[in-house]
Design a protein around this ligand. Structure first.
Ligand SMILES: [Zn+2]
Length: 208
């Protein structure tokens, strides 16, 4: 995965080595590039360790990685996430534990950070290790409406795959099912008696 592994490791560890003198002038930039990749892969491995997770927890607590751009996530802090464990496949993305979706980084400086430097496991292992960081608020879903009627998901302008963000009834973020909990996880911020009445009509087959 990393070319010139030994030479790259020497650069990271700042070890003077006679072998470096034997390197061709053209090889040096390649070795330096390999050192970058190796350092990133070591980073990806480190953040999976207890010490690494703890350090990342301190950063997450301070929202150092930013917050979810989705309005209904109410500034939930996000974590860096890599869609690939192989270098040179993608750049780092951001994972939101509230909407369970990933986003592009707002700052262009992260467009050069390889996704493998964080990897596919870290974000999920993090919340498995620190469930106290999982958002406690109910998931709020956007429900598109026209003239007060919910738009059918089969409509061209309806919500697609809304169920992806839904949780089973009575499910809480710690993964426990509370049988006494019978509140719907779909929260409509604008719901009132009038819209409930209209929604009932929609359920009776009056979709737009
Ligand atoms: Zn979100």
């Amino acid at each position: 995965m990393v070319n010139y592994y030994n030479e790259a490791l020497d650069i990271i560890l700042d070890i003077e080595n006679d072998d470096e003198d034997k390197l061709d002038k053209n090889e040096l930039p390649i070795v330096e590039m390999s050192a970058d990749v190796l350092y990133g892969l070591i980073h990806a491995r480190y953040i999976l360790t207890r010490a690494g997770l703890q350090q990342m927890a301190e950063k997450y607590e301070n929202s150092e990685f930013g917050t979810c751009p989705r309005y209904n996530c109410n500034f939930t802090p996000v974590l860096p996430y890599g869609r690939s464990d192989q270098p040179d496949r993608d750049v780092v993305r951001l994972f939101c534990p509230n909407c369970l979706d990933i986003y592009n980084c707002a700052s262009s400086k992260y467009s050069l950070v390889d996704s493998a430097y964080f990897g596919t496991t870290f974000a999920h292992l993090f919340f498995d290790t620190f469930p106290e960081f999982l958002p406690q608020n109910k998931i709020s879903l956007y429900v598109p409406k026209m003239f007060g009627f919910k738009i059918s998901e089969y409509s061209k302008t309806g919500s697609r795959m809304l169920w992806l963000r839904q949780q089973p009834e009575g499910f809480n973020r710690q993964g426990l099912i509370t049988l006494s909990e019978n509140e719907s996880t779909v929260e409509n911020a604008e719901s009132n008696n009038a819209t409930v009445e209209l929604d009932n009509k929609q359920e009776q087959g009056h979709d737009i």
